[in-house]
Structure formats: C-alpha cells, structure tokens
Write a protein that binds this ligand. Structure first.
Ligand code: ADP
Ligand code: MG
Length: 580
C-alpha cells in the first residue's frame, strides 16, 4: 500500500526551484527584482562561468535587519504582502516569498545585508538549504546575495544546463530586460571579472536606456509612442517597418514595470504592423503599458512573467489603435524629413476622384484603368519641387525607378511599389467610409460549432452584423452562416466565420474581415497600379511623389518593401570619398 507522507521543507524548496529558478538567468532575475523592490538605485551583477560558477547581485537598497536575514531564506516568507487584499493590488515585483528559499536549497548561498539604522552588516550562509548561523559582516547599507555552484546538489537539474556561454547569453538577456524596465536605476554587469555593460541612471524617459540597450541602429529607426487613454498609457519605441531585422529577440513588453510575454499584446502589435511589414520580418519594440493595479492579475505564473487583464479586450484595442496610428502617420512626418511645410497640392486631376469612386464589388476594376497621362497635371507654380520631402522628379530610370532631387540630395522611388500603396490606401479609404454591404447566401451554410462559438455568436450578433455577418443558431452545437460581407462573397464562408468568432472571443473584436478585405484590395491595387516599363512624363512622376507624401504608410508597398530611399549629399560625398 502506498504511504502518504509530508515532504521535508528542503525537498519542497527544491521542487519549487524547478519552477522559479530553472537556470542561472532566472535566479538572476529573482535577485535583481528583490533589489528593485528594496528601492535600490544602483545594482551590480557579477557572473562567473555564465552564472553557473558564481552569480552575485549587490544593491544599495533598504537592506534587512539581522533577524530578517533568517526569515528571508524561509519558504513563503515575504515582507511584501500580508493579506489577500494586498495581493490584488500588488505593486512589488516579488510577493510569493519563495525565490531565496528555492535558490538556497539548490546552491551555496551567502546573504549579506545592512539596513540604514544598523551599526554593521550581518551575513548568513546556506548550503543546499541547510541554513547556518548569523554573523557580523562588513557592507555598506544594502544587500549582497552571492550564489556559487547552482544545482551542485541536484545533478539531474545541473545536466540540463547548457554551456557557460549559452547560460551567459540567457543571463545577459535577463539583465537587459531588467535594465530596460528601470531607466532610472544604475546597472552594472561584469562577466569573468570583465565589465560588460554599464548603464548610467537616466530620467524616467526610456530614450537613453533604450538606445544603450538596443543600440543606436534600433533607436534611429524607431518611432516614439506615447499615448494616454485616461487609465491606460502606452509609451516606448517601435521599429519603423523598414528596420532590417529578421528575429524576434528585440521585443520587450512591460506591464506596470514588469517584463511579460503576453499573447494578447503581441497579437495587437502584430496586427498593427500587418499592413506595413513584410511577412518574414518581425518588428522590434520596447513598450511600456501602465494599467491600474487592480485591473491586472500578476499571480498567474510562478516566475511572474505572464499577466491576466481584467478587461483584455480594452487592452487589445488600445494597443492596436495606438500603434496603428503611429505606423500610419505619413513617413515624412515620422522621419523628420519634413523641414518645410508641404504646400497644398492643387488638385486639378480627376485621378484621385476616380479612384475614390470605384464601385465595389459590382464594378469591374479593370474597366477603370487610369489613363494617367491626361488625368495628372501639376500646378505650374512648383518649378523644381526641391521644397517637397520627396523633391522634384528629374528622370525615370529603366522604366522602374523615379529619380528626384530634394533639398537634401537624391531620392530614388520604386514607382510600381509606391503607386501600389497609393492606390491601396485610397481603396481602403473608399471602403472604410461606406457601410459594409452584407450579402445573403442563397442557402445558409450550417456547420458544427463549439459551445464557445455558439455563445460568441449569440452575445456578439450586433458586432457581427456591423462587419457584415449574419449567423443563425440552429442548435446548441450548430451554427449557420446566413450572410457574409459582400466583398468577401467568394471566400470560404464557414472558415471565415470561424476565424471571426475566435478573434471576437479572444480579443473582443475581429480584424479578420478587414484583413481579408485588405488582401483583396491589395491584389486589386497591384493590378491597378503603374506597371514597370511604362514611360512617365515629369508631371506624372511629380504627381505620384506628391501623392506619396499625402498617403498613409507610403514608405512601404503593400508587401512591406520600401518604396523609396534617400541619398543625402553627405552620403554621396562619403561614397566618393570627397573631403577625405
Ligand atoms: P519575495 O520577493 O517574493 O518576497 P524572496 O524569497 O525573493 O521573496 O525574498 C524574501 C524577502 O527577503 C523579501 O520579501 C524581502 O523582504 C527580503 N529581501 C530579499 N532580497 C532583498 C534585498 N535585496 N534587499 C532587501 N530585502 C530583501
Ligand atoms: Mg523576490
């Protein structure tokens, strides 16, 4: 017969260690978070052998009273919360009281600390969870936690550690995440006795820290975000779509100062980029979201890098709209290339008008091919166009590129890609400003639905009809598509309905229809835009440049490729080594 027994404390701590400190980098995270919770303004981290041999974190925080050193190493001992109510509004990074006990159970740990009022510091050592006696020590006010030989007594876990350089990589990543979370704190990192990073404390504004951590290249190709909705605030930096970066590693999201991996926010960010970023690229960002403390639950994961929002829909919509606005702004405002005000573009052409008037879905797009030449005229008052951000056209190259001259130098425009975006944005705008047409299906299409899908269809019928859908509930497990958005009448109605229901359920709104519609419009735009190898008159080229300046997202074509590049005179001088 099985015997049930209560586990000894050290074993409990070792089990918890598996969740809280699965590698040196996670121990580092817990220690630095403790320093931040202790109001430290200077934190120095020293690693040996990637943190496997030694990991030491010293701070100038509030320190601990001698008796608290003992307590600090006990399981579920914390100074940060005392009641369930405290947990609901927790503002500290730690609160579960298990990090130090867990780390102590799987390493040799030395904890030295001194509070502001103590005459001297105290030190206590623990070896594999066996806690020694308290002794006097020398230390300025603050705390120093020194861990050696992590997992020395748990060989099974130690086997999972990678090489020192891999573990160092993880620790560095954690260190940078923490440094980005608090630009106002001074951080130092050394590895094998060599100083690696030194981040000076700066104000609360994350600009300097973002540049220090993510690098000048990111910083120069990023857009600033700062938007407030009363209770929610989102600020930080996001990469311009043209930032050449293929990986996902430069993505930092902070919720109330805590680094998190959050599917909801990541989804909202991806959606905001969906129309401007090449599908193989990933955006880079460091974004800080602040929400009321009682609107977010931080106690959903032992390592606390996940959160749950009370009203996730609101957060999703807020993040999406803020970023969409920043990314949609004309590339000329963003890049600061607009030194002079753009003169208003006199509009003698009916080109714009025609694009707006295209009637969908019945209209035949191809019947509206532009005879661009006669439709485009440019005001005579503009002589060489240098005052415009994209300058005045000087030539067309190989039927593909427009060369133009602006105040800073030379601009090269991919005319097909640029025109495609101009047409696409116009089509979207035309569609946005009219009501979504619903098309009833001749025969409703029934499909087997999950209980959740049925609930969503029932509770969100208004939202569904606003985006052009009508779903009927035939039984507790069957739905039927009765109507779809007219523009998407040819798509697979059931799978579209399913996608829409799942998005509404997860994010409170659905962009699936928008996305499908945009895909369709993008295809139309591609067919409708100037093909390569068509000769353009100077006035036509200029008209396209002026259109680009006024079009949202015109810095990228519909597939996320850049539409233009600028070569300033100083870049050209460098190319020809002038003045060297
Ligand atoms: P938690 O952070 O969840 O409270 P920990 O095991 O990480 O649990 O730490 C236990 C307690 O030890 C903390 O609540 C805090 O009172 C104290 N402590 C830990 N590290 C520090 C530090 N660097 N400075 C001051 N106090 C500390
Ligand atoms: Mg802690």
């Amino acid at each position: 017969m099985a015997i049930i027994r209560v586990l000894p404390d050290v074993l409990i701590n070792q089990i918890a260690a598996g969740e809280v400190v699965d590698r040196p980098a996670s121990a580092l995270k817990e220690l630095v978070e403790n320093s931040l919770d202790a109001s430290a303004t200077q934190i120095s981290v020293a690693l040996q052998g990637g943190g496997i041999q030694q990991l030491c974190v010293q701070d100038n925080g509030c320190g601990m009273e001698p008796n608290d050193l003992l307590m600090a190493l006990s399981r579920h001992a914390t100074s940060k919360i005392a009641s369930f109510e405290d947990l609901e509004g927790v503002v500290s990074l730690g609160f579960r009281g298990e990090a130090l006990a867990s780390i102590a159970s799987v390493s040799r740990l030395r904890l030295t600390s001194r509070s502001a009022v103590a005459a001297h510091a105290s030190v206590i050592e623990a070896v594999g969870g066996q806690i020694g006696t308290l002794k006097p020590a020398a230390l300025e006010c603050g705390t120093c936690v020194d861990i050696t030989d992590i997992y020395y007594n748990t060989p099974a876990r130690r086997k999972f550690l990678r090489s020192a350089s891999t573990e160092y990589g993880h620790s560095l990543e954690v260190f940078q995440r923490l440094a980005l979370s608090r630009p106002d704190v001074f951080f130092i990192l050394s590895h094998n006795q060599k100083m690696v990073h030194r981040y000076a404390a700066c104000s609360d504004v994350p600009a300097v820290r973002a540049r220090d951590v993510l690098g000048q290249e990111f910083f120069e190709s990023s857009l600033e975000v700062d938007e407030n909705s009363g209770i929610l605030r989102l600020f930080g930096y996001i990469s311009k779509p043209s930032y050449s970066h293929g990986g996902r590693d430069e993505q930092y999201i902070y919720v109330n100062g805590r680094f998190v991996r959050d599917k909801l926010i990541t989804h909202a960010i991806r959606q905001a980029y969906s129309d401007v970023l090449h599908h193989e690229r990933h955006p880079a960002y460091v974004l800080y979201l602040t929400v009321p403390h009682n609107a977010v639950d931080v106690n959903v994961h032992p390592a606390k890098n996940e959160v749950r929002f009370r009203d996730s829909h609101v957060v999703h919509q807020f993040v999406f709209h803020v970023l969409d606005k920043v990314l949609s702004a004309s590339s000329f405002e963003k890049s600061g290339q607009e030194s002079t005000a753009i003169p208003s573009y006199s509009e003698p052409d009916d080109f714009r008008q025609r694009t707006m008037e295209l009637s969908f879905p019945q209209g035949d797009y191809h019947a509206h091919q532009f005879q661009v030449k006669e439709a485009l005229k440019i005001s005579d008052s503009i002589e060489n166009g240098e005052e415009f951000p994209l300058g005045g056209a000087i030539a067309q190259l190989h039927g593909i590129y427009i060369l133009s001259r602006n105040a800073r130098g030379l601009v090269i425009v991919d005319m097909h890609a640029a025109h495609e975006r101009v047409v696409y944005e116009r089509l979207k705008h035309a569609m946005d400003t009219r009501e979504v047409l619903m098309q009833s299906l001749l025969l409703p299409l029934p499909f087997v639905a999950t209980p959740q899908e049925v609930i969503t269809a029932e509770t969100h019928s208004e939202l569904l009809s606003a985006i052009g859908f009508e779903l009927a509930i035939l039984s507790p497990a069957t739905l039927a598509v009765r109507a779809v958005p007219a523009l998407l009448a040819d798509s697979d109605a059931i799978s579209l309905a399913r996608d829409v229901l799942s998005e509404i359920e997860n994010f409170g709104a659905s962009h699936v229809v928008d996305e499908q519609r945009n895909k369709l419009l993008a295809t139309m735009a591609c067919h409708g835009s100037i093909r390569a190898n068509r000769e353009l008159a100077v006035s036509e080229m200029n008209a396209l440049l002026r259109d680009m300046e006024e079009t949202e997202r015109s810095g990228q074509c519909n597939h996320g490729r850049p539409t233009w590049h600028e070569f300033t005179i100083s870049m050209l001088d460098r190319l020809f080594m002038r003045g060297e």
